[in-house]
Design a protein around this ligand. Structure first.
Ligand SMILES: [Fe+2]
Length: 250
C-alpha cells in the first residue's frame, strides 16, 4: 500500500511554494505520514458535512484545499465545539489530512490556471490567484450564463449596469474581491471582474471605475480547480483509489 508520505512528497513537487501567502499553512495537518493509503479523498473544505462523507467513504487520507488549521487566522486556542467535533471524527477514523491552499492557487495547472482555461482567457497578466486577459467578445448577460454553466454553480450575482459587450476580463479565485485586484484591473482596462465573496466597498470601487462585477461564489470559483488536483494525484498513482468529495455550494 502507498504510504501517505509518498503522496505528500509528490504534492510538494507540483505546488508553487514560492508564491504561497506568508500566513498560509500547507502540507500535513493531522495524522501519521507512515500510514498506508488505499483510498484517498480530495475536497474543497473540511467542514462537518464533507468530513462525514469522507468517513463514510472510508478514506485513509483527505487532501483539502482550505487548511484544516490556519493558526494565523484562527488560533488554536480559539477552537470551537464544532472544530473539535470535526477533528475528533478525523482522529477517531485515523484519517491523515493534508492541505494545499495558496500554493495550489498559483501552481502551474492549479486553481487559477484551471479557471483561466475554462474561461478561454488569452492571458496578458497573471499573479497568484489573479489572471487578466481577453476572451471571445460576449454580451454581459451571455457571459453570466456561460459562467453559471462552466463553473457548475446555481448562484451567480452580477453588479453594475448589466449590459455591453465584454472582451477583457479579470478572474480571481476564492475571496478575490479586494481593492488591490480592482486597482490592477483598472490598470489593465478590465471590463468585467469575476471572483467570490463580494465586499460592498470593493464592488462600489469597481463600479465607479466602470468595471462590472460577477460574484460566482468562493466555492464556485475554486471547486473545479480542486477537482483538477484529484485528477493529477490519480494520474501519478495509478493503483491508488482517488475520490473527489464535493463540499457543495453554500
Ligand atoms: Fe478558497
Amino acid at each position: 500500500m502507498i504510504k501517505a508520505k509518498a503522496i505528500l512528497d509528490f504534492l510538494d513537487t507540483i505546488m508553487n511554494y514560492e508564491e504561497e501567502s506568508f500566513w498560509d499553512n500547507s502540507g500535513l495537518q493531522l495524522g501519521n505520514s507512515n500510514n498506508g493509503v488505499g483510498r484517498l479523498g480530495v475536497c474543497f473544505h473540511a467542514d462537518n458535512y464533507t468530513i462525514k462523507k469522507a468517513v463514510k467513504s472510508e478514506v485513509n487520507m483527505l487532501v483539502t484545499h482550505h487548511p484544516l488549521f490556519l493558526p494565523k487566522i484562527r488560533p488554536l486556542d480559539k477552537i470551537t465545539q464544532s472544530d473539535y467535533e470535526n477533528i475528533r471524527l478525523l482522529v477517531n477514523n485515523d484519517i491523515v489530512v493534508a492541505s494545499y491552499h495558496t500554493c495550489w492557487d498559483c501552481a502551474n495547472g492549479g486553481i487559477r490556471d484551471t479557471y483561466s482555461k475554462l474561461l478561454g482567457i488569452k492571458e496578458i497578466f497573471k499573479k497568484c490567484g489573479l489572471v487578466i486577459g481577453d476572451i471571445t467578445p460576449v454580451d454581459f448577460n451571455e457571459l453570466l450564463m456561460q459562467i453559471k454553466e462552466k463553473f457548475k454553480v446555481k448562484n451567480v450575482r452580477p453588479y453594475g449596469i448589466k449590459e455591453g459587450i465584454i472582451k477583457r476580463i479579470g478572474f480571481a479565485n476564492g475571496s478575490g474581491f479586494n481593492h488591490e485586484n480592482i486597482e490592477t484591473c483598472i490598470d489593465y482596462g478590465v471590463q468585467a471582474f469575476i471572483s467570490g465573496d463580494a465586499k460592498d466597498a470593493v464592488i462600489r470601487q469597481a463600479i465607479d471605475s466602470g468595471i462590472l462585477c460577477i460574484d460566482a461564489g468562493h466555492y464556485g470559483t475554486e471547486h473545479l480547480g480542486v477537482k483538477e488536483l484529484a485528477r493529477q494525484i490519480k494520474k501519478k498513482f495509478k493503483n491508488l483509489e482517488v475520490i473527489y468529495i464535493d463540499s457543495e455550494e453554500v
